[in-house]
Design a protein around this ligand. Structure first.
Ligand SMILES: [Zn+2]
Length: 246
């Protein structure tokens, strides 16, 4: 992401909860109280400073109403998740979002991450296929991988989002049109399986919104063949997510 270095450093420190708020300074015995020096609130935490302090509210109020409403309804306790959430596009209320990515190097791998409408992690899975490196086939397998993961998590409404680039665009067009193609069996499986959900939408988003799925697919390339599923806290790739490149 192209951002000024000081913004990157701020995000990095925010993710580590090391912004010098009242509560951080108090925990280091550098001040007597954790109160906010601007508005007098009892506890100046990272989310108070960034979102709820009277001063911060004035800044957020400059943005359009939809964004301020979204921010007001967010309930994200961990600053690392908040940093992650800010580049991610939430699905409609009550839906889940499943981001998918396929990678082909000397072997094929797909990564799929499922989150709720608040950006909360639900589950992730990766599939490593040593013998398939054809990009569109892998992209279709990434879309297919989203469906059993959603079924296992009891999800009924979801948006499956892949990258806004040539191969995923072709695959989603073929899913929607049931076109004849070399991976038609996978397309048929996706369409058949989609019927068991109340709502499934296949969409494209910029790579930046799909970042964790890229990290997961890249990580999957280091794993052995077959399925890998994460149902707990996704430490392995969220750690990578907040690392600031350059
Ligand atoms: Zn304040």
């Amino acid at each position: 992401m192209k951002l000024p270095p000081k913004i990157k450093i701020f995000c990095w420190r925010l993710a580590l909860n090391s912004i010098p708020t009242g509560s951080v300074l108090k925990s280091r015995n550098m001040v007597d109280t954790a109160e906010c020096k601007l508005c007098g609130a009892d506890e100046d935490t990272w989310d108070h400073a960034l979102l709820y302090c009277t001063m911060s509210r004035c800044v957020w109020a400059q943005l359009d109403e939809e964004v301020t409403e979204l921010i007001a309804t967010l309930c994200i306790p961990d600053p690392m998740h908040w940093v992650s959430f800010m580049h991610w596009i939430p699905p409609g209320s009550g839906q889940c979002k499943i981001n998918t990515v396929a990678k082909a190097a000397y072997k094929g791998a797909v990564g799929v991450i499922c989150r709720d409408d608040q950006g909360g992690f639900i589950a992730a899975s990766a599939l490593v296929i040593p013998n398939i490196i054809e990009p569109e086939t892998l992209e279709s397998m990434a879309c297919e991988e989203a469906l059993p993961l959603a079924e296992d998590c009891g999800i009924k409404k979801m948006t499956v989002a892949s990258d806004l680039s040539k191969h995923p665009l072709n695959v989603i067009k073929n899913i929607k049109e049931m076109s004849r193609c070399s991976y038609m069996m996978i397309i048929q499986s996706i369409n058949g399986r989609s019927r068991s959900f109340d709502y499934v939408r296949f969409a494209h988003e910029g790579r930046e919104s799909n970042r964790e799925a890229h990290y997961l697919a890249k990580h999957a390339c280091t794993l052995g063949p077959g399925h890998h599923v994460w149902l707990g806290y996704p430490r392995v790739f969220l750690d990578v997510n907040v690392a600031i490149p350059n």
